[in-house]
Design a protein around this ligand. Structure first.
Ligand code: EPZ
Length: 427
């Protein structure tokens, strides 16, 4: 297993491109199932999770054509064509490796009238149930059966009638599955308390480009008028707001000055607000964001929340930054029940953090020391990289496959900013 070796203390400066959003791409790709025409996605990030999803799509008979492009390019253009589906089963051995695979449930049900998808199971940050996905699909008229660890979903003959569903909890994935099921229903569907994350807006924009009729895009109340069929489209994936926020934290902890080219400020206002409260200068324009740390870092209190609140996917990275702030910060993680796996590893680098249930009390320390640390989940591993960039000496982050799931060519981007970083294979 690869690991990344960082020599801390280098001030980051320069410009890096922000890649296409992993969490948008993972819901845009399954839209190819909704039509027998080609769907071309541009600005797709080169990530392990995207490769995994593409492999899953081939299991259904979907053709995946990756356009040329130079090896040094960031992002790819990929065309998916689901002319004819040869299977409606998403097997356990694929779904367990990438839980976002559950996002084939809605579109497969809409296109084929049936879908058999392995239950994804939990992961490091929580047990990650999918009950809301299933309740929304049932509200649209699907019959759902759970057997041998699989979800077996079936639409009535003639397709889903559509219906109304009130989400008791905001769920990004359940909103996405429901949207992809409703667009081909025989009637109108309504989703209340739907997720409003920018990735949901990106999904709605793609579906509309394919011929879907959706009202209330960007709000928590969505109305979908089902149509008979959808056509192909060419669509550019939105920039990754979490990747951009992560590199902003990396620049800030090193006292650096970095431009995040392609970042969309409107998608990350809560992160920008938090950074400014910490004392970081953030300037935004139509094509990107400039981040500069010119003074001491200030302690702040942060609480994660569904969009437009502070993204839970930014909690670990901001915590790493706050380890170096003057004063004590209080972070509250309201979305997932076990999203502090980075804390013991940060503590090995000298951080002073006390976790009490969903709250983490972070006492700023004047310095941290490099150490060998273990990545446990995607965003936790990025927080260790961020801490390592400003720690004294060498940090090695093991189990790099966690990082490769969500950060396109991380060490190349960090090296572009002047970091002393290299990827090393395991002895
Ligand atoms: C998406 O996960 C993202 N993943 C996550 O990013 C992100 O942290 C999360 O949304 C919240 O923003 C992708 O988009 C691929 P949820 P998702 O359904 O859809 C509970 C990353 O690091 N819930 O909004 O699984 C759930 O347990 C990843 O890139 C139910 O109870 O998140 C959680 O407490 C990590 N029942 C809360 O809702 C359900 O049926 C929010 O989960 C579904 C969810």
């Amino acid at each position: 297993m690869d690991k990344i070796r960082i020599i801390g203390g280098k001030r980051l400066s320069g410009t890096i491109p922000v890649s296409g959003a992993k969490n948008a791409a993972l819901t845009l790709i399954p839209c190819a199932l909704l039509t027998d025409e080609p769907l071309t996605l541009r600005n797709l990030p080169r990530l392990a999770d995207i490769d995994g999803f593409q492999h899953l799509m081939t299991q259904f008979g979907v053709s995946v054509n990756i356009a040329g492009g130079r090896p040094e390019d960031f992002g790819r253009v990929v065309t998916y064509e689901a002319t004819r589906l040869t299977s409606t089963v998403a097997p356990y051995d694929l779904v367990r490796k990438m839980r976002a695979s559950v996002l084939v449930l809605g579109p497969m049900l809409a296109r084929a009238g049936e879908a058999t998808v392995s239950m994804p199971g939990g992961c490091a940050i929580g047990n990650r149930p999918i009950d809301l996905h299933l309740k929304a699909l049932e509200a649209f008229g699907a019959e759902i059966e759970l057997a041998q660890g699989y979800v077996k979903a079936r639409a009535p003959d003639g397709g889903l009638p559509g219906g109304d569903y009130d989400f008791p909890v905001v769920s990004v994935g359940a909103t996405e599955n429901a949207l992809m099921a409703a667009v081909l229903a025989n009637g109108t569907s309504r989703l209340n308390n739907a997720a409003r994350e920018p990735e949901i807006v990106d999904l709605c924009n793609l579906l509309v480009a394919m011929g879907a009729q959706i009202e209330g895009i960007g709000t928590s109340d969505l109305t979908i008028h089902g149509v008979k069929r959808l056509h192909g489209a060419t669509y550019r994936v939105m920039p990754d707001r979490i990747e951009a926020g992560s590199y902003a934290c990396a620049a800030a902890i090193t006292g650096g000055q970095v431009r995040l080219d392609g970042a969309k400020a409107d998608d990350m206002l809560s992160t920008i607000h938090a950074l400014r409260n910490i004392g970081i200068e953030v300037e935004t324009d139509a094509t990107g964001i400039d981040v500069a740390a010119n003074g001491p870092l200030k302690a702040v209190n942060l609480s994660t929340a569904p969009f437009p609140g502070l993204a839970t996917d930014m909690q670990a990275q901001l915590m790493a930054l706050l380890c170096r702030a003057e004063g004590t910060s209080v972070l509250t993680e309201t979305i997932f029940e076990n999203r502090y796996m980075h804390v013991p590893e940060l503590a090995r680098m000298g951080a002073d953090i006390d976790v009490q249930s969903r709250t983490a009390i972070v006492k700023g320390v004047p310095s941290m020391t490099g150490a060998q640390v273990m990545a446990t989940d995607l965003r936790a591993s990025m927080s260790l990289v961020i801490a390592g960039l400003a720690a004294e000496g060498e940090t090695q982050v093991k189990r790099l496959y966690h990082l490769d799931r969500g950060y396109e060519r991380l060490e190349e981007k960090l090296a572009l900013l002047g970091a002393e970083v290299e990827r090393i294979g395991d002895e």
